[in-house]
Design a protein around this ligand. Structure first.
Ligand code: BG6
Length: 493
């Protein structure tokens, strides 16, 4: 039975506004919520019914695909109620317990969604437990936690120890919203539902792999969070390492959550540790300076609101990794992310080896292009296999062309990652959520870099906003011919 009460802590905050409420509305529209399912929003503001509905209507309208449908919104609104309370007040949790017990329309299965500051995860879990809100006598109790889970290896271990006192692992749903993206899930389908690629998916054929997430947006109003995190923690430790596991893992024996996560953990465990002396050969960081994006002048990171003037927080990070296993040994894997870059794009680029012989050496073809497989995550939701073909004409010239497999037909709307994930919580499917060991091993990968960077507080290279980041990041490349792949379109010959 999937009747559930979604209790949202931080319901008036940004995440709830731009992601959770719109996602729940879309689940309503898709008929995925049972008739009894309810949403209890918790916040500090004194919201009456009218105010609550007008705010939620505004948030949902801003994101509703095809515009807000009044009938669906009315149905959605009838599930929603508000409970005023302060997270730091232990008394509030007892009142909440009473409220949940007394209202017979609220199902006993409860998902607590922590859309709150990471520093509060531990204390809220503790309060929930002390007020018997995690007691599973009647109905299941699940807790959804947003990233970041910890600030580094040590704090992640501390947080796990703390919440582990109150919650079993199978009650915990650690979100990495990237895993809810259809295109990210398609990585597994592409690899394991097509026999064509899998025999080539290894060190014998693949030269190197790049995983890129770039954004044109700057830090915006999130500097108080971001300045303490930086690009390595914000994107690489979480989303990009997750993508890496999907691209490189062995075929799992089934798609069952634990089996899948076991395979992902094996990859993370096999990543070659970066010794402190090699950090600069493996990692590069930089910060955006004033520039222009889409023709508009934008400030540098240090000029952004709430950024300390001497901040050396990286808004660009690149990392070279090796996976020491039979399949991938010595294949460089480059991860890269940045804010205020030339384009917003997420993609996985797989570069194949050169053909073993240059048959066309004596013609105008100086050097054969390598084949690439490109998996577009966003905005292009597309999969491309680049091949070399002969140019028409009398001369033996070649050019790249690509076989394109688009993920979506034009009439098929994209769903947001949160829709999938919020539904999975109700259905008890944890395959797209992070198990604790995944988080811990991901921290082990980046921790040596973060440690060295935290001691180097005098200087950080800059890059002009609106560009692809600093040239110096090339120092990570294992071979001189390696270059960052920026685009899904075939590169010039
Ligand atoms: C979040 C990061 O987890 O992911 C943000 O904190 C980043 O800094 C965002 O912008 C990117 O995700 P998406 O889905 O918006 O591309």
């Amino acid at each position: 039975m999937n009747d559930c009460t979604y209790v949202i802590f931080g319901a008036t905050g940004n995440l709830s506004r731009v992601k959770l409420m719109p996602a729940l509305y879309h689940l309503e529209a898709a008929g995925k919520l049972t008739a009894q399912t309810r949403i209890l929003a918790i916040g500090r503001r004194p919201w009456n019914d009218e105010k609550r509905l007008s705010e939620v209507r505004e948030w949902v309208s801003a994101k509703a695909r095809g515009g807000l449908d009044e009938t669906i919104f009315q149905r959605f609104a009838s599930r929603l109620s508000y409970f005023r309370g302060d997270l730091t007040d232990s008394e509030m949790y007892h009142r909440l317990k009473e409220h949940l017990d007394n209202r017979s329309d609220l199902p006993d299965n409860i998902a607590f969604y922590m859309a709150i500051r990471p520093a509060e995860f531990g204390v809220v879990a503790e309060h929930l437990s002390h007020a018997d809100l995690l007691d599973e006598g009647h109905g299941w109790k699940r807790v959804v936690i947003e990233k970041p889970f910890g600030y580094d290896l040590e704090s992640a271990q501390g947080l796990q120890k703390r919440i582990g006192r109150y919650l079993r692992e199978d009650q915990l749903y650690r979100i990495d919203h990237y895993l809810g993206k259809g295109t990210v899930q398609n990585v597994l389908v592409f690899r394991f539902a097509n026999t064509m690629m899998e025999p080539l998916w290894n060190r014998n054929y693949i030269d190197h792999i790049q995983i890129t997430h770039s954004e044109t947006l700057g830090v915006g109003s999130r500097a108080d969070f971001y300045d303490g995190a930086g690009a390595m923690r914000d994107m690489i430790q979480s989303h990009l390492l997750q993508l890496l596991t999907l691209v490189t893992m062995e075929p799992p024996v089934s798609m069952e959550a634990e089996v899948l996560r076991d395979e992902k953990v094996k990859v993370l465990k096999s990543i070659r540790p970066i010794p402190p002396s090699a950090v600069h050969a493996h990692a590069f960081r930089a910060q955006y300076t004033e520039g222009s994006v889409d023709g508009e002048k934008v400030p540098g990171y240090l000029q952004e609101d709430k950024v300390p003037p001497d901040s050396v927080t990286e808004t660009y990070a690149a990392l070279k990794l090796y996976i020491d296993n039979w399949r991938w040994r010595d294949v460089p894997i480059y991860l890269r992310t940045g804010k205020r870059m030339a384009e917003s794009q997420s993609m996985v680029s797989i570069c194949f080896r050169h053909p073993p012989q240059q048959f066309f050496r004596d013609t105008q073809v100086e050097r054969m292009k390598q084949n690439w497989v490109l998996l577009g995550i966003q905005p292009s939701e597309c999969l491309k296999v680049e091949m070399t073909v002969k140019e028409p004409g009398l001369e033996m010239r070649t050019r790249p062309t690509s076989l394109d497999a688009s993920l979506r037909r034009t009439h098929e709307a994209a769903t947001d990652a949160y829709e999938e994930l919020l539904l999975d919580v109700i259905q008890g499917d944890r395959s797209l959520f992070l198990r604790y060991d995944e988080v811990e091993y991901a921290w082990r990968v980046v921790d040596p870099v973060l440690r060295i960077w935290s001691t180097e507080r005098d200087f950080i290279p800059g890059y002009t906003a609106g560009t692809w980041g600093p040239e110096e990041s090339r120092r990570l490349f294992e071979k001189a011919e390696h270059h960052w792949r920026h685009s899904m379109s075939p590169e010039d010959t």
